[in-house]
Design a protein around this ligand. Structure first.
Ligand SMILES: [Zn+2]
Length: 259
């Protein structure tokens, strides 16, 4: 692939064919699906860097509104405080406003949304209206690998730093590198809680995937358990390129390099 680009760039007298230099015509909405611990947050960030399109996280958006203390934030804070979920309408509205912003014109990456069939139905309508091509990337990771990943997490109760016994252990076992506090296992990361969350995820996800399938949305299943995060990003990009949801990296860089 690199050779193809080099050969094109080495012909300064011939203009590149228009189809290579034209901007990407597809406007992908890449919806990342995966259980807790499947690495979808990591993949969302890495895809954002590769594809130069924004990563829209409803969790981050809600947190930003809560921090800003605006109308939406205060509503959300009150609900969460009383142990209720933020209603679909509110989240849908945040997403509708966000995807209409100019930086979403070349596409978006969604992670952690939609969570319900109702959210998915609203989202598909919005995405269709705004000219997005929707594709679902489902990161599949074996339950046992996820339990091992998440139950190996430790957190500092003082500064909040997260450690992983396998990939990012503290310098001294059980002690925070930054402040020397004794690390703890978060309630969320206890094995029984993890298994419960995984069961919940499965119950919640099946109807969503069926909804997308019925709506004719492409779904790519990627094995998220056996390769490095970089390799998994590569596999996702390959699938998206192959099926025309994103342009080849070569043509993107070819279009921007004008030496
Ligand atoms: Zn600490």
């Amino acid at each position: 692939m690199r050779d193809g680009f080099a050969a094109g760039a080495a012909r300064p007298l011939n203009r590149l064919p228009a189809k290579i230099t034209s901007p990407i015509s597809v406007k992908p909405a890449i919806i990342l699906f995966g259980s807790p611990g499947s690495g979808k947050g990591t993949q969302a960030k890495s895809l954002r860097q590769h594809l130069k399109i924004p990563h829209i996280s409803t969790g981050d958006m809600l947190r930003a509104h809560i921090e800003a203390g605006d109308h939406v934030g205060n509503q959300a804070r009150a609900l969460l405080k009383s142990g209720k979920l933020v209603p679909d309408d509110l989240v849908n509205e945040l997403v509708e406003i966000r995807i209409a912003e100019p930086d979403c014109r070349s596409g978006i990456i969604l992670d952690g949304y939609p969570r319900t069939v109702n959210q998915a139905a609203v989202l598909l309508k919005l995405l269709g209206r705004d000219g997005f091509q929707t594709v679902v990337v489902h990161l599949i990771v074996d339950c046992e690998i996820i339990v091992a990943r998440l139950s190996g997490r430790r957190q500092c109760p003082v500064c909040g730093t997260l450690y992983s016994l396998s990939t990012h252990p503290p310098k001294v076992a059980g002690v925070c590198d930054l402040d020397g506090a004794t690390l703890v296992t978060r309630d969320d990361d206890r094995e029984s809680v993890i298994r419960e969350r995984l069961d919940q995820y499965k119950m919640q996800t099946r109807p969503l995937l069926n909804h997308f399938r019925d709506a004719g949305v492409s779904i790519f299943e990627i094995n998220g358990g056996s390769a490095s995060p970089e390799e998994i990003t590569g596999q996702i990009c390959d699938s998206l390129i192959f099926s025309g949801f994103i342009a080849r990296q070569e043509s993107i860089s070819g279009a921007s390099v004008s030496k």
